[in-house]
Ligand binder design. Structure first.
Ligand code: SF4
Ligand code: SF4
Ligand code: FES
Length: 230
């Protein structure tokens, strides 16, 4: 049996002052995670907690939130981690505007891709490289932006969530079209990233961010061959 206090930072509307609410929660399911707890809690309370989910299999990134001070996926955070403490604090991601309760507006992730013009043109060809595989695992969940000391909305740095698809595009574009991408990479990724790699420690997909970053820097900034590409 798992018995926990769920402390949830709540607000009904974006302009409301957020406040903590505490709920007693119990389950006999030793494998239950935060997503299960929120689902069951919402069946028991008068004003359900608003949060986002889709796949419930750590594949879509929708359920990213701050759990015990760390950006994580609710569907990939087992409750048993918090049994000893007896309580778990759940908040919305802090780097993004809050819509209600645990729902945030993460459209900046896609706006940054638009600013950098990161999309596949007709003559870009996908390939079976290690970079392409690693990059395809990104959920665009925003956990890396949440933890990054150098990312803020409105800044020039587009964050690791933009570096990942850029790394993929760097392997796919014909040489003749890479010049513009090199420029935008330098401005929006290379010059903003402090390379502390805190983002790697929180990435729920376990993407080898360090290798992608080193490779992309080598290609886009130093015009060298990538080191780790197989
Ligand atoms: S790199 Fe990892 S943390 Fe960042 S958006 Fe992709 S999956 Fe999420
Ligand atoms: S390496 Fe550090 S500065 Fe660069 S994106 Fe990751 S957390 Fe941010
Ligand atoms: S609901 Fe899709 S990752 Fe959690």
């Amino acid at each position: 049996m798992i018995t926990l206090k769920l402390e949830i930072l709540r607000r009904k509307n974006p302009e409301d002052v957020p406040h903590w609410e505490s709920y007693d929660y119990q389950t006999e399911d030793e494998t239950a995670n935060v997503a299960v707890a929120l689902t069951e809690l919402n069946q028991q309370i008068e004003h359900p907690v608003r949060w986002e989910c889709s796949c419930l299999q750590k594949k879509c990134g929708a359920c990213a939130m701050v759990i015990q001070n760390r950006p994580r996926l609710a569907c990939d955070t087992p409750l048993k981690e918090f049994i000893k403490a007896g309580t778990v604090r759940i908040e919305p991601l802090r780097k993004f505007p809050v819509i209600a309760d645990l729902i945030t507006d993460r459209s900046i992730l896609f706006e940054n891709l638009k600013t950098m013009q990161i999309w596949f043109a007709e003559d870009a060809k996908t390939n079976g490289s290690q970079t392409a595989y690693e990059a395809s695992r990104c959920l665009q969940c925003g956990c890396c932006l949440e933890i990054c000391p150098n990312f803020w909305t409105g800044g020039t740095f587009s964050g690791i969530s933009a570096m990942i698809p850029t790394a993929r595009l760097l392997t796919a574009l014909p040489e003749s079209q890479k010049k513009e991408l090199f420029k935008t990479y330098k401005k929006h990724i290379y010059e903003g990233c402090g390379k502390s790699l805190a983002c790697r420690n929180v990435c729920p997909a376990g993407i080898e961010i360090d290798k992608l970053l080193v490779n992309s820097n080598a290609v886009a900034v130093w015009k060298r061959k990538p080191k780790h590409e197989k």
